[in-house]
Design a protein around this ligand. Structure first.
Ligand code: AMP
Ligand code: SF4
Length: 470
């Protein structure tokens, strides 16, 4: 049963633009900046005011659409998506935006997140005669909108949003309107900017920088935004609640040059590294970070401890992220192909290896071995986040509990498994300090459920895990 609806909207990246003569082109570049959020599929849908034009496919954005092909996508408004797909969940039918055509209003939907009541909704919709064509919970939203009975699109969307639970950042394009919505807890990041007169919306602000757009504000938790030629209108579809933006966005997913909810990702990672050096210091000769996501934390650790930072690990740029590999064996090979230890920098040294997180332990184990094979005398592993001992239900592919090494082993056991001379994690309090600092918790609160087990939404007994089954 669990395989029926997989968490295939998981990390993903969404981008949208309204009112720009090069809408498809801007979306293409915006998605380029978000490519790290998903490499399994990409798609763009534009509207010319009368018809939706679709171009999408499996693979990287460049494999799906080349720079010369924008004329295939006419119109001044567009939405786009890059798909992160877990095993079995990334067939062509799941590549977004999903398009639903009808004689009255057609719509295209792109989604980042995971609905925790998807299973119950699916059963309910099927019992009412709906035929679902994908394994994506994005499609559920389309059916709920169609079945809401409201003629006005924003009312139909509001009714549908009030039925779904979990994490979601949605963009929905019709022939003449763009709708943007964020879940009531604001678990996934989503920002609005301007590019001249045009409105732009993106999962991360790095997409604005690439196209020269200026950041305006965050989409608020529980906010539904409607953009049309009449301008932008906003409404709330749920009672305001304390924000719970995913801490793992700061720890690992987002690009260091993005600002999430006004906090720069690189800066917060650097503080995580500093806090780590304060909480669990170590005597060593060099600090090295695991490229790319841990470099900022490693720099912070080095600055705080006074131990010099060195590029002890080099990444082969042309191999994808390890998690994308479907089996444990292939994932281990992925790590091997991806990273090399620099002998000249680590030989005979006591090395602090800073990584952003440990999920299954695969990466740390391989890297400790690489460093030791390159002559490191001691390898001290410092993790810039707490032990991850709870699964994520909100679209982050952190597998089921059985696969989380910290859910099944003590820190000392993990140290032994990964072959490190010492191992320590950042505390929850320090993680929160690194991100929230002295900001108002109502606006800047974070989800840390995978570290604490305190989930910011109801979790349903039949909640479908974004399962990553090796
Ligand atoms: P693992 O090898 O399973 O312990 O995974 C940990 C490594 O994967 C770390 O180096 C992180 O940079 C990265 N990582 C952490 N969480 C995720 C995730 N949900 N998806 C993909 N990669 C991740
Ligand atoms: Fe992010 Fe963890 Fe919360 Fe999932 S449980 S949304 S990974 S902080």
């Amino acid at each position: 049963m669990l395989a029926e609806i997989k968490g295939i909207n998981e990390e993903c990246g969404i981008f949208a633009i309204w009112g720009h003569e090069k809408a498809a082109e801007m979306t293409y570049y915006g998605l380029h900046a978000l490519q790290h959020r998903g490499q399994e599929g990409a798609g763009i849908v534009t509207t010319d005011g009368e018809t939706l034009h679709v171009h999408k496919g499996l693979g990287l954005l460049n494999d799906v659409l080349s720079e010369g092909e924008f004329s295939k996508l006419p119109g001044q408004s567009a939405i786009g998506h890059v798909l992160y797909g877990a095993e079995g969940g990334s067939g062509f039918e799941n590549v977004q935006p999903l398009v639903f055509r009808s004689s009255k209003t057609s719509m295209a939907i792109a989604h980042n997140g995971n609905l925790v009541n998807a299973h119950a909704l699916k059963n309910q919709l099927e019992a009412q005669g709906s035929i679902l064509q994908t394994t994506s919970d994005t499609e559920l939203l389309a059916h709920l909108i169609k079945r809401s009975g409201h003629l006005e699109m924003s009312e139909a969307i509001t009714a549908a949003l009030q039925m779904i639970k979990g994490s979601y950042a949605f963009s929905l394009l019709t022939e003449d309107q763009l709708f943007i919505a964020l879940d009531p807890r604001g678990i996934r990041p989503l920002s609005i900017g301007r590019l001249g007169e045009a409105y732009v919306i993106a999962s991360e602000t790095c997409a604005f920088d690439l196209i020269g757009a200026t950041y305006e504000r965050e989409v608020q938790p529980g906010e539904l935004i409607t953009i049309s030629d009449e301008g932008l209108q906003t409404q709330t579809f749920s009672t305001p609640m304390r924000r719970k933006l995913c801490a793992m966005e700061y720890v690992y997913f987002s690009r260091p040059d993005s600002d999430l909810n006004g906090v720069n990702v690189h800066a917060s990672r650097k503080i995580m590294g500093k806090e780590l050096a304060k909480e669990v210091p170590v005597v060593a000769d060099v600090v090295t970070g695991v490229p790319d996501s841990s470099i900022s934390a490693a720099i912070g650790f080095s600055e705080e401890s006074g131990i010099p930072y060195e590029l002890g690990l080099i990444k082969n740029r042309y191999v994808g992220r390890t998690f994308i590999q479907p089996s444990q064996e292939l994932r281990e090979q992925g790590v091997k192909m991806k990273l090399s230890a620099v002998r000249g920098l680590v030989d005979g040294k006591r090395v602090v290896m800073v990584d952003d997180s440990i999920v299954r332990g695969t990466t740390s184990k391989r890297i400790v071995r690489l460093l030791k094979e390159a002559g490191a005398k001691e390898v001290h592993v410092r993790i810039a986040s707490p032990p991850m001992n709870n699964p994520c239900f909100y679209g982050i592919d952190t597998s089921n509990k059985g696969e989380l090494i910290a859910a099944n082993h003590t820190v000392e056991e993990i140290r032994e498994i990964i072959g490190a001379d010492s191992l320590a994690f950042l505390s929850n309090e320090a993680l929160e300090r690194s991100i929230v600092a002295d900001r108002d918790m109502e606006q800047h609160g974070i989800c840390n459920a995978c570290f604490t087990g305190n989930y910011p939404t109801e979790i349903y007994p039949d909640t479908v895990l974004p399962a990553y089954k090796a």
